[in-house]
Design a protein. Structure first.
Lengths: 129, 717
């Protein structure tokens, strides 16, 4: 690949899902970083990813609140966030916390990858390095 | 004649001979009945002032004979009744009776006179006072009262015939003579004279007179009042009368003379004998004269009898009418009696019913397990059932006639209950499900459900109150527990399904990764196996979702995201999706249904459910027919299969929760029995309907109707 791999941060409180997602994303050509901790997503200590896949039900923190926080910060508001949840009302919640997209668990891999690609393509305001 | 359209006299004569009706009409036209009440008032005034006192003067003192008045040519009776009114006014106070005979040659006039019914316009001629005294008002005008009628008789009679009545005190013959020629006038005058008593009075019309008749003498010629002369002289001066008659009727005397033995006048008879013969002759002549008068009077009396007969006939007719009326009344009484009988029977039946109802009510009260008390006025306890005494550990002796609030150490003196019983109940009549939580002295802390209704006791008595006191302590506890359990269940299912989905999500992801790897490696067989695994995982996800949905439906938490969407497109998408997973051939006939405003995902869930059911329950046939139709208000989707079908009794149950179809023989169909329940709940919430038509063994057709969105803002131009 010519270009630098896009970094996708996946946050879920279930290790099993995180493993599966990592494999799936890596096989699809992304650099996947995974975390079980909400705080790691909110504060992004290891730099900004290109996209965040965020579960709503995080241990210790609510995915919706994290998303709202990210979208309120100048530094992070441009990063696309896709919410995923076993909750059927995920679409409603995603809208409420200003997420870019959402997907219901259990999801179809093809559909998830399509949503990821679409979110990454979205034009966004230029960032000063 | 002119009215008949005839122009020649000959033709009219022919008509008259052939048509009796026309003859009668002509007769009526010729007999003029120009008359009214109190006609020629001046003359009547003179009559009143001059003749009425004279009538009294003529009368023997203490005589009880009625004063007789004859009115020839009385027409329709107005004059007769006018005179009767005057006489009533004049004589009633003096207690002197009178009778008036009216006569006329017109039958119609006489009949109308007898009827005594007059039009409203008689008010113009009769004073209000008189109308009030002598008339009653009727529908069309006035009716002569019995008081007036009783003194008047009407008779068909020609004034030129022998008088119908004798010993008449007063004759009023106004405007009759003018219609007669001179010869007939004289004849009529002689008849009038014959009917009168000596010094009887005659009143003629204003333009009439006695001509050269010597039978009458004028009393006041300007008022045409006369008194009879002839009889006056005949009775008052009999000798003169005799002489007169003797001289004027010589032939009679001559005949008399002829009948006596011839004796030469100059024959010397003894002087005294001559005198005796002469006296005898005189006496004979007088007798003859007298008998003539008697015969005349008898004749007159006969006529009078005849008139009286006519009067009787009238009375008879009246009696007959009265009799008929009585018969009618009797008939009515009989009918009323029948009615009363029926009413009585009905009352008896009602009574019976009331007894049964009362026994019934008492039995209910006695056997009811809920304590019931009946309170009288002032909320005093009238009676209570056994359940009351047992529940509150009390007795009849302790409670009867005591005020409710004073019972059991004032344990019922609860302010809210007081308010309900004393303020709300009297106006509303009932009190429903009032809950009292109270620590009762005998039975401890209890929750009681109170219901009350007022019982009407009659118009004067204060209504009683029926109060039922149900101990719902245990029920309330159970309800609370149940509510809690349901909440726990909902929470549990919600958490469980979420937790179940988490591993399914990983498994599904791994399966999909594996499938991709197998495909990349060219191991298509393995890839297919993993794909099948994925399908099963989809089913598992569906079951978990259904459980979650049911929980949400029951707790009222099922949410809908409403938007406008193209229904046809949604059907196509779902059909395409399902086609990938089945070997069944899905045939579609889809109309343009327009947009639906609703939750696209939830409605999609319904369509998907119907299609998967159709496939699931037609394992031996291979085709499914999907159709959509639409009109201005609604669209209909039908999904038809040719599978196992549904028995009639099952069709209503399949939309119930947890209902599962059993197949033929040992066949079973997997599932929780939730799909159609969820589908029907969704359709209901989206203001649609769902239903099925099916024949066992031949397949089913499921229908869904949904309201179509009105095209207020069309998307396509």
């Amino acid at each position: 690949m010519n270009t630098k791999k896009k970094i996708i941060l996946v946050a879920d409180d279930d290790r099993g899902i995180l493993d599966a997602m990592r494999i799936m994303l890596e096989e699809a050509g992304y650099e996947a970083r995974v975390t079980e901790h909400g705080r790691a997503v909110r504060d992004l200590p290891s730099g900004l990813p290109d996209l965040i896949l965020l579960d709503l039900w995080m241990s210790g923190m609510n995915g919706g609140d994290i998303c709202k926080h990210l979208k309120s910060q100048k530094k992070t508001k441009h990063i696309p966030v896709i919410i995923f949840s076993a909750n059927k009302d995920v679409e409603e919640i995603a809208k409420e916390c200003r997420a870019d997209d959402c997907i219901e668990k259990p999801f179809d891999m093809k559909l998830l990858l399509a949503k990821v690609a679409k979110a990454l393509k979205k034009p966004r305001p230029k960032q000063t390095p | 004649m002119l009215f008949s359209g005839i122009t020649t006299l000959e033709a009219y004569h022919t008509l008259l001979t052939k048509n009796p009706v026309e003859l009668d009409t002509l007769g009526k036209d010729m007999l003029i009945h120009v008359t009214s009440f109190f006609r020629d008032d001046e003359q009547l005034h003179a009559l009143k002032k001059m003749l009425f006192p004279a009538l009294l003067k003529n009368r023997k003192k203490g005589s009880k004979k009625p004063i007789k008045v004859w009115v020839p040519g009385c027409a329709t009776g107005e004059e007769v009744y006018s005179l009767a009114m005057l006489l009533h006014e004049f004589l009633d106070a003096k207690r002197i009776p009178f009778r008036i005979l009216g006569s006329d040659i017109s039958r119609d006039a006489i009949l109308r006179a007898r009827e005594g019914a007059y039009e409203r316009n008689i008010e113009e001629h009769i004073s209000k006072k008189r109308l009030k005294r002598f008339f009653t008002t009727s529908k069309n005008g006035y009716q002569v009262k019995k008081l007036l009628k009783a003194t008047c008789t009407f008779l068909l009679h020609n004034v030129t015939d022998a008088p119908p009545i004798a010993q008449v005190d007063l004759i009023s013959c106004r405007n009759v003579l003018i219609y007669l020629g001179p010869a007939l006038q004289q004849k009529a005058l002689s008849k009038l004279s014959a009917a009168l008593v000596p010094r009887g009075f005659l009143m003629l019309g204003k333009s009439e007179g006695i001509g050269n008749s010597r039978l009458f003498q004028a009393l006041a010629s300007q008022y045409k009042l006369y008194t009879n002369v002839a009889l006056l002289s005949a009775t008052m001066k009999p000798h003169v009368a005799f002489q007169k008659r003797n001289s004027s009727d010589r032939s009679t005397i001559a005949r008399d003379k002829r009948s006596t033995p011839r004796t030469p006048p100059n024959r010397a008879l003894p002087n005294d004998r001559q005198k005796r013969i002469s006296k005898l002759r005189e006496a004979l002549l007088l007798t003859h004269e007298y008998s003539d008068t008697v015969i005349g009077e008898l004749d007159v009396m006969n006529k009078e009898l005849q008139s009286s007969n006519e009067g009787h006939a009238t009375a008879n007719e009246e009696l007959q009418t009265t009799n008929e009326e009585l018969e009618t009344t009797q008939e009515e009484l009989r009918a009323s009696n029948e009615e009363m009988k029926t009413l009585n029977e009905e009352l008896e039946v009602r009574n019976e019913e009331i007894t049964v109802t009362r026994d019934y009510a008492e039995a209910i009260l006695k056997t009811a397990r809920v304590p019931i008390v009946i309170l009288g006025g002032n909320l005093k306890l009238k009676s209570a059932n056994a359940a009351f005494y047992t529940t509150f550990k009390t007795s009849e002796a302790e409670t009867e006639n005591k005020i409710l609030y004073d019972l059991g150490n004032r344990q019922w003196a609860i302010p809210r209950l007081r308010e309900l019983l004393e303020k709300i109940l009297p106006t509303k009549g009932t009190m429903t499900d009032f809950i009292v939580e109270h620590k009762f002295e005998t039975i401890g802390q209890k929750t009681m459900l109170l219901n009350a209704t007022t019982l009407k006791q009659g118009p004067d008595t204060e209504p009683h109150i029926l109060l039922s006191i149900e101990d719902i302590t245990a029920r309330k506890k159970a309800e609370e527990l149940l509510e809690l359990a349901l909440e726990h269940r909902d929470d549990f299912i919600s958490i469980a399904s979420h937790e179940l989905k988490t591993p399914v999500t990983s498994i599904k992801a791994y399966a999909q990764i594996l499938e991709r790897r197998f495909q990349k490696a060219g191991d298509l067989q393995s890839a297919e196996l993993v794909q099948k695994m994925d399908v099963q995982l989809g089913k598992l996800t569906g079951l978990i979702s259904d459980l979650l949905d049911v929980t949400k439906i029951e707790s009222g938490k099922l949410q809908f995201r409403e938007e406008s969407f193209d229904f046809k497109k949604l059907v196509e998408e779902i059909v395409d999706e399902i086609r990938l997973t089945t070997v069944h051939r899905i045939v579609t006939t889809l109309a343009r249904t327009g947009n639906v405003f609703g939750d696209r995902d939830r409605i999609g869930q319904v369509i998907s459910n119907l299609l998967t059911n159709a496939i699931k329950y037609s394992p031996h046939t291979k085709s499914i027919v999907v159709k959509t139709t639409a009109d201005a208000q609604k669209l209909t989707l039908s999904v038809q299969d040719f599978g196992i079908g549904l028995a009639h009794d099952v069709q209503a149950k399949i939309f119930e929760r947890f209902y599962r179809i059993e197949g033929r023989g040992q066949e079973t169909y997997p599932g929780l029995g939730l799909g159609l329940y969820i589908a029907s709940e969704i359709v209901k919430r989206q203001h649609g309907t769902i239903g099925v038509k099916s024949t066992k063994g031949r397949g089913s057709t499921f229908f869904v109707t949904l309201p179509v969105q009105k095209r207020s803002a069309p998307k396509k131009a």
